[in-house]
Design a protein. Structure first.
Length: 376
């Protein structure tokens, strides 16, 4: 897997020149943002997903099925199935974009969010000892709300790509409801954590889980909501506003929970050792947590200021003209926002280096065992 990703990235960086032919689609780059991977890698991804799916189902079949396991299994079917919508080539750009968003939107705003709900439900039980019945009930509610708003919320990407006008109403309405399950998720996580007094055996993991609850709510829920109505999106579409939302949402919803799970895995790998705030060299995970979160929030705010300026000058004042684009790009408030974005980008990067260092070393030489967390 790592080898395949390395080859895709190196080819992408080094060989991406010359005419676009059928063979470039198969070997170099498929050309769709986020799913650029060439066709050979696409097929590889599907195979890996199927193996993963088999592992999950086979594991549960041997042990015990639960509500959480059922949601996970059904979600993985939808998640893998959607990938296929990005695997055929269409000559009409509207058709092409129409199907492309099935993968991108329905992944991040439906199937991945459900996956996060599943992981969160499990973490709350495992890390804090919350009762299974409570997390399962919440999970069902969250999933129903998520699919209820997220599936037709897809319409917020169909405003300006040449699809029929009814998408303005459908997309605006349903995507405006999308923050509701995210509110439910944050309330649920905070309530459970609070009522179990945050007692747990892996402090870095819980800290990142909390970062997830807030990051998901603000990045996806609040930042998404800000530009999701067509009346607003007409001005903000494709500006740095989208990049501001994209960064906080991806980091807040998905990077954070991955990092939490790296800490859980490392703890287990080192033999279920003590991993609290007084663990050796704890400054590393605390500084990594601080630098990464402050860095990404700083980048988000800088990009939002740039996006606001673009929407105002390029779109509202100058009416989306080519000249308007350049006056927005050359405006001092845009340029200084981009300097701040660079500054916070460096902060994020230094947090990442520290995080990698910490993940490679935390728990080494630790002899104390983690305390047992019991359900209550
Ligand atoms: C974790 C969940 C989410 C992630 C990871 C995410 C990520 C992104 C990204 C990367 C883009 C830019 C796409 C492009 O390249 O054009 C985008 C666009 C957009 N997102 Fe989200 N998003 C999430 C949830 C939401 C939610 C809940 C809403 C609405 C309430 C929303 C509203 C939008 C809108 C309206 C756009 C289009 C921006 C434009 O017109 O340029 N997103 N999202
Ligand atoms: C050192 C920190 C980072 C730097 C310097 C950086 C830089 C960039 C740049 C230059 C773009 C292109 C923006 C454009 O097309 O206008 C971009 C896009 C993007 N980045 Fe980052 N990034 C950083 C961290 C992150 C992190 C932590 C995440 C998520 C976990 C992330 C996710 C994304 C996404 C989803 C897009 C596409 C957004 C869109 O198309 O609107 N980036 N980034
Ligand atoms: Fe979307």
């Amino acid at each position: 897997m790592t080898g395949a990703v390395t080859i895709v990235v190196l080819v992408y960086l080094l060989i991406q020149t010359g005419a676009g032919k059928d063979s470039s689609l198969w070997l170099i780059n498929e050309g769709r943002e986020y799913i650029e991977a060439p066709r050979w890698a696409d097929i590889g991804i599907v195979v890996v997903m199927l193996i993963f799916f088999y592992n999950v189902v086979a594991t549960f079949s041997k042990g015990k099925w639960s509500g959480i396991a059922g949601v996970l299994t059904l979600d993985l079917v939808a998640l893998a199935g959607l990938y296929v919508a990005g695997m055929f080539y269409m000559t009409n750009i509207t058709h092409e974009q129409f199907w492309w968003w099935w993968v991108i939107h329905l992944w991040v705003e439906a199937t991945w969010e459900v996956l996060v709900g599943v992981i969160m439900a499990w973490s709350l039980m495992k890390l804090l000892g919350v009762r299974r019945q409570i997390v399962t009930t919440w999970l069902y509610i969250e999933v129903a709300l998520m699919f209820g708003s997220g599936i037709l919320g897809l319409g917020h990407h169909y405003f300006w790509i040449g699809t029929p006008e009814y998408w303005l109403t459908i997309g605006g309405f349903f995507s405006a409801l999308e923050p509701i399950p995210l509110v439910a998720m944050v309330v649920h996580a905070m309530y459970d954590a609070g009522s179990h007094s945050f007692k747990n055996s892996n402090h870095p993991a819980v800290a990142w889980i909390i970062a997830q609850a807030f990051g998901n709510f603000f990045g996806a829920g609040v930042w998404g909501f800000m530009h999701t109505l067509p009346q607003i999106n007409m001005f903000t579409h494709g500006t740095q506003w989208s990049a501001s939302h994209g960064h906080l949402a991806f980091f807040g919803a998905y990077a954070t929970i991955n990092i939490a799970f790296f800490y859980l895995a490392i703890q287990h790998w080192r033999g279920d050792v003590w991993m609290n705030s007084d663990t050796a060299n704890a400054w590393r995970w605390k500084w990594a947590l601080g630098l990464l979160n402050v860095g990404v929030v700083g980048m988000t705010v800088a990009l939002l200021i740039a996006g606001y300026e673009q929407s105002f000058i390029e779109r509202a004042v100058e009416g989306s003209t080519w000249g308007g684009y350049f006056s927005a790009q050359n405006h001092p408030s845009f340029q200084s926002a981009m300097v701040w974005r660079w500054f916070f980008g460096l902060m994020t990067f230094s947090g990442l280096i520290l995080l990698i260092w910490d993940l490679l070393t935390i728990g080494k030489g630790e002899t104390r065992k983690a305390q047992e967390i019991v359900e209550h």
